[in-house]
Design a protein around this ligand. Structure first.
Ligand SMILES: *Cc1c(COP(=O)(O)O)cnc(C)c1O
Length: 481
């Protein structure tokens, strides 16, 4: 609460100094001008006609204007350099064929070396060559980590996940439980928010681990929750879990590139992530895997192996005598997809020009501005009066993400009293691109690499417009009397 308040106070103070209201376009422009290191230029920001088609002028829109893209939590935008880097590899393939595996400046045989160091920096790895592998998708990587760290016994067989975890976390946990001959009804434990709350209290998560820890084999949590945007206290969760003898695996899909992570310091056993959300690596892009360095030489850890788990130096001797590569790389299965690897590289090259600390500093302001605008527009009683201008029932927009910036990344999740799909369609028709989750959640992600304060303001203005245009929800009928 406190630090959020500080952000709002700072923004309000700035607006006062400028003699402008926070919702004045000129104030948003002023804020944009104060961020000198914006990396927006290094991304393709689609224009409205690119996004919606060339006939947008008929609908009174300026098609040459850039979209307001608030969907970086689903698929990050394309870095300007991606196409060139991918084309270079296509050209190598075209002109060198198989020879490109072992010749040239960056042979494909070692292509993953290009993306390990910077990926490691983003997850807070002290030793990326040992701790990080770029491979598969996040789901596969969670499974591979669980082969090593979910070793259920009759007394310790449970997996703890958070309520409303992403479906993949549920399915991964359930299928692993079944694979080992246990029953999810007994072995899958969920920690839920308190009544009338949306997010989890750290104390409740820790209490659950303390209560049931003796029978929990693995705590499988997300870093940042995809639905509520809550950033969990991974350090505290890991410490408590370890004190009870449980292993810890983290799904970082919504955390990497979004918040500061310190996996080595936190002692997390393993983690998996995807690189297409805040990482901008491209649709379905190759994922990431972290294995804490304390296991780097533990070659007896159970694992599913492939020829790429074998030490690089002797991998091609093909003698069928496994000599494992130390660390995370010893969990690789296949030779890496080159096009996806360089597509990720293009984005990492942008991240390299700043730091996650610096990005977070902007992110806290950007999201703080979104919060301030939403609160001033929708949570005062003179808010948007209703859903179509005739109803007396005020539309409500409730922020369910924690208000403390330390407990969230860039995303704010909004719970609307109006039908979100209709609202979202209206926004889309204006070139404002957002994510919704049924029945009534919008997930708004101003990403500090390419979104602006002006984007945030435009989003809020358009949301206000959209809500006024939408028919009142049917379930409000009885309230109208
Ligand atoms: C997006 C997301 C995934 C996606 O899984 P893939 O294996 O990359 O398809 C997994 N977990 C979480 C928490 C996500 O948000």
């Amino acid at each position: 609460m406190g630090s959020n308040h500080e952000v709002s106070v700072r923004l309000l103070q700035l607006s006062k100094e400028q003699g402008l209201e926070v919702k004045d376009d000129r104030f948003a422009k002023y804020l944009d001008s104060t961020i000198k290191w914006s990396l927006r230029d290094q991304f393709h920001i689609p224009t409205i006609s690119e996004m919606l088609g060339d006939d947008v002028a008929d609908k009174g829109l300026d098609g040459s204007k850039q979209c307001v893209y608030m969907y970086g939590n689903g698929l990050g935008l394309q870095p300007v350099d991606t196409q060139r880097l991918v084309n270079e590899e296509l050209y190598k393939w075209k002109t060198k064929g198989m020879l490109a595996h072992f010749t040239g400046e960056q042979p494909w045989f070692t292509i993953e070396d290009l993306v390990i160091k910077e990926s490691g920096a983003l997850v807070g790895s002290h030793d990326p060559t040992l701790e990080v592998a770029i491979m598969n998708g996040v789901t596969a990587n969670l499974h591979l980590g669980m082969v090593a760290f979910y070793r259920p016994t009759t007394t310790r067989h449970k997996i703890l996940i958070e309520c409303d975890a992403f479906p993949t976390q549920h399915y991964v946990a359930e299928s692993q439980i079944k694979l080992h001959g246990y029953n999810p009804a007994d072995s899958l434990v969920v920690v839920s928010p308190r009544k009338d709350e949306y997010t989890l209290r750290t104390e409740d998560i820790l209490a659950k681990i303390n209560q049931e820890g003796d029978s929990i084999a693995l705590v499988l949590f997300s870093g940042v929750q995809y639905l509520t945007g809550q950033f969990f206290d991974i350090a505290a969760i890991t410490e408590t879990a370890h004190s009870k003898g449980c292993c810890v695996g983290i799904d970082l899909a919504h955390a990497i590139g979004n918040v500061e992570l310190h996996l080595t310091d936190w002692g997390v056993d393993f983690a998996g992530w995807c690189n297409y959300k805040y990482m901008n690596g491209g649709p379905g892009s190759i994922g990431g895997f972290f294995l804490h360095k304390k296991y780097a030489e533990e070659f007896a850890l159970p694992r599913l192996a492939g020829w790429w788990s074998h030490k690089r130096e002797t991998r091609l001797e093909m003698n069928n005598k496994m000599e494992l590569q130390p660390g995370a790389a010893g969990f690789q299965l296949s030779n890496p997809p080159v096009l996806e690897t360089v597509s990720l590289l293009a984005s990492l090259n942008v991240f390299k020009q700043t730091s996650i600390t610096e990005l977070r500093r902007k992110s806290v302001l950007l999201t703080g501005y979104l919060e301030l605008l939403l609160n001033s527009l929708f949570q005062s009683k003179v808010a948007v009066s209703n859903c179509n201008g005739t109803n007396t029932q005020p539309a409500t927009v409730e922020i369910i993400t924690p208000s403390d910036p330390e407990q969230r990344g860039c995303q704010l999740s909004l719970k609307l009293s109006c039908p979100v799909e209709e609202i979202n369609q209206k926004l889309y028709q204006k070139g404002v691109i957002c994510s919704t989750r049924r029945p009534n959640i919008m997930r708004i992600a101003p990403t500090p690499l390419y979104n602006t304060f002006t984007d945030v303001l435009t989003f809020v203005q358009e949301l206000e417009q959209a809500i006024m245009l939408v028919e009142p929800p049917k379930f409000d009928d009885n309230l109208k009397k």
